[in-house]
Design a protein around this ligand. Structure first.
Ligand code: Q0N
Length: 297
């Protein structure tokens, strides 16, 4: 059982901001001028739990990463960001965005097989109705990028993988084809950029919405370690779970005797020790600096 109950945001906003939604690690508000304030918290989740210990600067690092990626993708697809000029209480970890009509689809692209895709492959040699060759293992590189959509789950539940035909049934043929095309285009470009920096982008989850004129727009956060799996390329070895670039310290500690926690117990995980917090923060900084070539201030 997981408990990703939406936590109470740890900041105040000025009068006129209306809370719309809180996920495990992000919060959304309606702004006084009817835009969207997209806030990346310092919360971190693991094993389907929102952990009690925040990672300092995580929201700022992942917001900076999203902005960097949005800029590098703008020739492929427009995005929802209006400005990063936001209230002081969420400085550098929020974006003011256009309010879109969101597609009810988690648009996932995979270049490597792991997670729910591996589980489905092991059962039926396909993922989301896409047939794959035999002999693939955990972490195997796929012959080509695949679109493996999912339905957006309620907070605390797992997204459910669906087929392309189910997406067509939900939103229509044309828009389903557009989402598949854009998702794989974005993934392929990002995976190429990440590879130049020694990182494998195994998969990523994108969210799209549409403007009143029907234009499809890239929304949410993009290509962050919260929406994507990044692996260090020099440690890639198919056949077992790959080390997570950002959460391995957290996972290793939580599953070690030192934490005193049993992830299958249904009990909430304990607070993280300072050294795990510091090493995890450093991994987020490293991911940002390796990808962007910029120092995180
Ligand atoms: N980004 C963005 C964005 C946007 N630019 N415009 C309008 N809405 C959204 C958005 C994105 N997420 N959510 C809520 C979260 N969803 C709730 C339903 O269930 C799935 C999660 C609203």
């Amino acid at each position: 059982m997981s408990s990703a109950v939406a936590p109470t945001p740890e900041y105040e906003l000025p009068e006129g901001y209306t809370h719309i939604y809180s996920g495990k690690v992000r919060d959304l508000y309606k702004t006084p001028d009817d835009r969207l304030l997209f806030v990346a918290s310092d919360r971190i989740s693991a094993y389907d739990w929102v952990l009690p210990t925040p990672i300092p600067d995580k929201g700022r690092i992942l917001t900076a990463m999203s902005i960097w990626w949005f800029d590098r993708l703008s020739d492929l697809v427009p995005n929802h960001v209006i400005t990063t000029n936001v209230p002081d209480s969420v400085a550098r970890r929020a974006m003011v965005c256009h309010r879109l009509d969101m597609f009810p689809v988690e648009c996932v692209a995979r270049g490597y097989l792991t997670g729910s895709g591996l589980t489905e492959y092991q059962a039926q040699k396909s993922v989301c109705g896409v047939n794959l060759p035999p002999g693939l293992k955990d972490g195997s590189k796929l012959p080509k990028t695949i679109f493996t959509p999912a339905t957006k789950a309620e907070l605390g539940e797992h997204d459910e993988n669906v087929t392309f035909d189910e997406v067509v049934a939900a939103i229509g043929q044309d828009e389903a084809q557009q989402l598949r095309r854009l998702t794989t285009l974005v993934y392929d470009r990002a995976a190429s950029i990440a590879a130049e920096r020694g990182l494998i982008l195994a998969d990523t989850k994108l969210e799209f919405g549409s403007r009143p004129d029907g234009t499809i727009v890239l929304a949410d956060e993009v290509l962050t370690p919260d929406s994507s799996r990044y692996w260090p390329a020099d440690e890639w070895e198919p056949g077992h779970a790959q080390p997570s670039f950002d959460k391995q310290y957290v996972r290793d500690w939580l599953t070690s005797p030192a934490s005193g926690w049993d992830r299958h117990s249904g009990e909430a995980p304990p607070a993280l020790p300072d050294d795990v917090v510091e090493k995890t923060r450093a991994k987020y900084v490293e991911a940002y600096e390796r990808l962007t070539g910029k120092r995180f201030a």
